[in-house]
Design a protein around this ligand. Sequence first.
Ligand code: NAP
Length: 789
Amino acid sequence: MSIRVPRPVVSGIVRAVVAPILSPRVPVPAQRRLLDLAGRTVPAPPGVRRTTEPLGGVPAVRFVAPGAAGPHVVLFLHGGGYVTGSPGSHGSLAGHLSRATGAPVHLLHYRRAPEHPYPAAVDDAHAAYRALRAAGHPAQRIAVVGDSAGGGVALALLLRLRAAGEDLPATVGLISPWLDLDLTGPAVAANAHRDAMLDPRWLADSARAYRAGAPADTPELTPLHADLAGLPPLHVIAGARELLVSDSDALVDRARAAGVPVTYRRAPRMWHDYPIFAGLLAEADAAVAELGAALRRDCAARRPRVAVVGAGFGGIGMGIALREAGYRDAADLTILDRADGVGGVWRDNTYPGAACDVPSHLYSFSFAPGHEWSRRFAPQPDILRYLRRVATEGGLDGHLRLGTEVTEARYDAPTATWRLSTAGGETVEADVLVSACGQLSRPATPALPGLDRFDGPVFHSARWDHDVDLTGKRVAVIGTGASAVQFVPAIADRVGAVTVFQRSAPYLIPKPDRRYRAWHHALFRRVPAWRNAARVGWAAFFEVGALGLTTVQTAAVPFRYAFEGLLRRQVPDAALREKLRPDYPIGCKRLLISSEYLRALARPHVDVVTDPIAEVTANGVRTSDGVEHPADVIIFGTGFATNDFLAPMKVFGPDGQELSEQWRDGARAYLGITVPEFPNLFLLYGPNTNVGSGSVVHMLESQIHYVREAVHRLSAGARSLTVRSEAASAFDSEMQRRLSESVWTGCSSWYRTASGRIVNNWPGLMREYRKRTSRFDPADYHVEPLPAR
Ligand code: NAP
């Protein structure tokens, strides 16, 4: 039978027993011992199991009330002014929390001041949180609770996780959190004699000990001033009579203003940290029960079902990020692709010589270094092998639905559901639709007059027909972009003749390629810093290139010299050199990297034709000057339909409006990711996210992080997220203004629509994009709450 003691009696005991312990006159070791003793007198719920289980090298005790099996867990950061408090003083509360949340509670015995000032406590909390994650607890199933100083540690932990780009816990409980070490809140004076527990002088001493030499504006020490947007739901409890109630008041106001879901129990007549008396005091029991229910609800929050369309770099990266966030069931995460394998463009483009023109250390996921690279600029088979391995190791095999083309996606507002129709007549339902279709997935073949008359094989480079034997054949190549400059030198040796039909000459620079041998791979494996340095170094190189395309165009001058040098060295014939010199600013079309292409064009059996194509005949290609250029095979290297993004998939919003209608004047999206009026739709490698110089995989990782945060926000209690049109139009105006100053306005290219709008490219550095997508800010969105349960 449990006994409840009336509030005035407990308050009297606190004044008589606890308050004198928390006094500057009592030496810290005595405070610790006495508080431990006092804590043990508060009854824990019956049957709680207690086991010592360090977390991440930090001492901790795990409390499990009968039947509290989770699957969620609680990381509990105890109070005690950073100088005292322990599993002894807070064990009873940990037991009550376990019962109320239905989950194991890990009470962390973090290092305390004065021996271990800031940041020791936050470091320990971070290590413990990571250990829980490493033990297989998804962030969406972790609740963090802190009382008093533990509340400060909890909030500092959130800021640290956010800064490190790590997944935040599902929910946070803060009991009388101490957030203002300077004690500037009005309640410090107003409640000086009303708080049964706290003495401001003890708080000031403790703050000094904890802060030690840290600068006054250290964000983790001043969480009240931090940007709170994007934090998980906060459940705050405070006593109206406590010294620190102003901290809770201010936190609740600021968090709400930042769009964070908050519940606040501001209990009249109660003192600091009163829930610690759960088991003795009815008010404390009620507060802990309510907190436990809220934390349990948040941890069991629905996991929005996500459908990802496309299983290339984007879809694979998104899938892995969601798996890491706890997605395990095939029904919750489906990745659809029309092809029968993963890899996207790296599966489709099998033309001879296909390789990446960005070094693979940069053109790969930061979280999954590749050991497949046979060269610095990996050939296509290496990249495809890499993607297949990463997808399998990332646990995606069970989530893939291959050979499934999505033809249409419709949002059903009443149920907040995306309904996808497939070419095979199936319907797939999801709460969130992520398009990972890429910008370069649909080959564009010009409808040249007479093409159907041609007698020989015709194919596009992205659908290479390996059954056609080119040996000794006369090959007409139409197009001189990134694909053609790779396959022309790769086929030149075996064909009888090549005629390259050039509409615009490309700029090229030499390719600093190299073969990677076993010792390179051993080095990359054993000295990850080496590999990381290569990644950072190449990123810096491409960022300089990006400046040359956008704001500091003189940075592109060295590339022009490099092109002229290459042309002079590899093309001895002056007339041919003239043909191969572009008539537009460098970088306006993609700057190409090849040490082989110009050399191949200079060979005697290779001809470059610049007269426009008039028609295709049965035996070749006739140009506007009337000359018929004989050919046995025509290969189109004419690029892709890059401006319509999700097409041919039709996407309909809540009112039946079609996305392509909204994009009639050119595709646009907030951060290239979200579109007004289309709830819970996220685009990867969407409008204005292509880089003229850089790695698209780097950009994708930024988008994936952002989408994962949005999904997390939905899990934490939102039904839908729709970007505000003001945010989207301001972003779009900024893009177009900045792009109008870029080099890309100086010619036509796949970056622009017929009307000249640049819809593909990002006008800044990858770094800027990473920063702008580092945090999902709900203020940019209409957040439709989940209906009350
Ligand atoms: P692209 O850069 O768009 O080049 C298409 C070429 O076809 C251009 O030379 C274009 O001439 C020409 N063309 C288009 N329509 C034509 C027509 N009707 N008549 C005559 N010529 C015509 O396509 P891509 O080479 O396939 O490359 C596209 C993008 O894919 C690249 O920029 C790159 O981002 C990516 N890619 C990357 C790699 C790699 O990493 N190694 C390899 C291949 C592709 P105009 O310039 O006059 O329009």
